[in-house]
Ligand binder design. Structure first.
Ligand SMILES: [Zn+2]
Length: 550
């Protein structure tokens, strides 16, 4: 298929149909939330000991979190995040009650005990209140108070972007993950709570409640920590994976057990495919779980939240528009893909969420490739481009918990797909880069720059201009060309200065030829029986324009 030449009329229509983009204004609160400020940078979280009780009758919660940290440099003021309208009741260290001042969603606690470099210390925060209720989860999140179809209470959490401090006190900053975490959730007796990691104990309390103590033995991003309380059923399976026996635990609502037994079979081929392409599942110690949730889904680590109604596709449709995406369950594949990209490798700053969503969008193409072949995988990625808007750049401001454009999914996925074409060596792509990233940055937080440098080094190709073009601008590179007899000239337009991405085109003979356009006109020989048959390889997300007449 020929990529459409853009006309002036098309451009005008496009501009007219776009709403005016108001510049994003960031506040002091955004900086406190999104940057490694003075109340954060001196300590490194090692363990969260979270204990929360859920009271569905009045939609409130209460509890405490013991925050254990290593002192990096001595300091006396510590920032702990807890979002309004939740309140802190007391904050203690070494048995002493500490003073604090509140600045919106951030608490600045004055420590009195000595903070010696290298030492482990614990601060415990007691809190309670009526947390923000989710308006449109998982996108506009918070606490989710629902009922299942039999009017049983069903409670869940989703807070990606918004932040985990919407329901528990912590250092709500992506770059600092604890090494492990306890998640002890107390719910009314009769409800079952499923969180991340493994269930260590279940205890009935005298006041008519039950405490479910879950434990995560690996680093976990704050927004992955979850509550799911309802009338759950459970079934289990195992898989012989790259690191041995992986436990698979499935937690559908009891009323959906039979349907889930069928649909959740898709987890196995997905994990086998992703282990081959991305390396071992990152959480053998904590296991793989699918937990039914009252929202579409979220990549909650070692406990993926699932709400796709046991149907293939994305909420009943195919995001790629090709029909290919109806052959697998989008939420099982996409949210589990995040176990590698997002959970194993986590961005330090939300501005680099393309590392989470771009690679995970790409993983949908990879799963399609495993299931239906390489051509289908490519077709899925190419089809998904129809969702790209090019309204704002993918990467927003850093240090302010800025959420980038939705193009971080499909446009980044398309960019990665193009890089694979340019590298033109699937073993380098799969082993050196995709598996290499997960191995090198295993259980780590990273900057987008580290990921870019890694790809450049592993491929031996400098993709800096490609990253700059696709991640920081809304411009789609346009290959301008002229054909006159056998003379073919070409150049890049609508690109960042120095853009030098190679691209594949038909110059005659068999298949595509790789050319290396820059912003300057270059010449080549073309031998096409019909010059109108000239095309750019559709695996490249670029436009082309015949400017022979101009
Ligand atoms: Zn995602």
């Amino acid at each position: 298929m020929k990529r459409t030449a853009i006309s002036a009329a098309t451009i005008l229509l496009t501009i007219l149909s776009l709403p005016a983009q108001a510049p994003t204004v960031y506040t002091r609160a955004d900086t406190l939330r999104g940057s490694n400020g003075p109340g954060r940078s001196w300590w490194d979280v090692t363990f969260y000991d979270l204990h929360t009780t859920v009271f569905p009758a009045d939609s409130t919660i209460s509890g405490w979190n013991g925050i254990t940290y290593r002192v990096l440099t001595p300091a006396t003021e510590m920032q702990i995040d807890l979002q309004e309208p939740l309140v802190a009741d007391s904050i203690k260290q070494d048995g002493r009650i500490l003073a604090w001042r509140r600045d919106g969603n951030a608490f600045f606690v004055t420590l009195t005990a000595p903070q010696q470099t290298g030492k482990l210390k614990t601060v415990t925060v007691w809190y309670h209140g009526k947390p923000r209720a989710a308006r449109n989860p998982p996108w506009d999140g918070g606490l989710i108070w629902r009922e299942d179809s039999l009017h049983n209470r069903w409670i869940s959490t989703a807070d990606e972007g918004l932040g985990a401090s919407v329901f528990w006190p912590n250092k709500d900053y992506l770059a600092d993950e604890p090494d492990s975490q306890r998640i002890a959730i107390t719910v009314p007796k009769g409800m079952i709570n499923v969180s991340n990691g493994r269930l260590r104990s279940t205890k009935d309390n005298p006041e008519g409640t039950t405490t479910f103590e879950w434990f995560v033995t690996s680093p976990i991003n704050n927004y992955n920590v979850e509550i799911n309380a309802g009338q759950y059923a459970h079934f289990a399976d195992t898989l012989q994976g790259e690191k041995g026996k992986l436990t698979l635990d499935f937690w559908p609502l009891a009323i959906h057990l039979d349907t889930a037994r069928v649909q959740f079979q898709q987890a196995k081929p997905m994990i086998i495919c992703f282990e081959r392409w991305f390396g071992p599942f990152p959480w053998y110690e904590d296991g793989y779980k699918l937990i039914e949730a009252p929202h579409l889904g979220m990549e909650h680590q070692s406990g993926v939240a699932y709400g796709n109604r046991f149907k293939n596709g994305y909420n009943g449709r195919d995001l790629s528009g090709t029909g290919i995406g109806m052959k697998w369950d989008f939420i099982i594949v996409h949210e589990s893909g995040h176990e590698w990209f997002g959970n194993n490798i986590t961005s330090k700053d939300r501005a680099d969420m393309w590392v989470h969503e771009g690679f995970t969008n790409y993983s949908e193409g990879i799963y399609t490739e495993c299931q239906q072949g390489k051509e289908a995988g490519a077709k899925y990625i190419i089809g998904s481009r129809r969702n790209i808007t090019n309204r704002t750049p993918i990467i927003p401001a850093f240090g302010v918990n800025g959420g980038g454009s939705g193009d971080m999914y499909y446009k980044t996925g398309s960019m990665l797909h193009m890089m694979r074409q340019i590298i033109n060596d699937d073993e380098t792509w799969r082993v050196g880069i995709l598996r290499g990233l997960n191995k090198t940055f295993w259980h780590q937080t990273v900057t987008g720059r580290q990921v870019q440098d890694f790809i450049n080094t592993q491929s031996g190709i400098n993709f800096d201009k490609v990253f700059e073009q696709y991640l920081t601008t809304t411009k789609v590179p346009t290959l301008e060309y002229k054909i006159s007899g056998t003379a073919f000239s070409y150049r890049w337009a609508n690109v960042v200065p120095g853009f030098d991405m190679p691209v594949k085109v038909t110059l005659g003979g068999e298949g595509f030829t790789l050319i290396r356009p820059t912003e300057e006109w270059k010449n080549a020989e073309i031998r096409l029986a019909d010059p109108g048959a000239f095309k750019v390889d559709e695996n490249f997300y670029v436009l082309s324009k015949n400017v022979s007449g101009s």
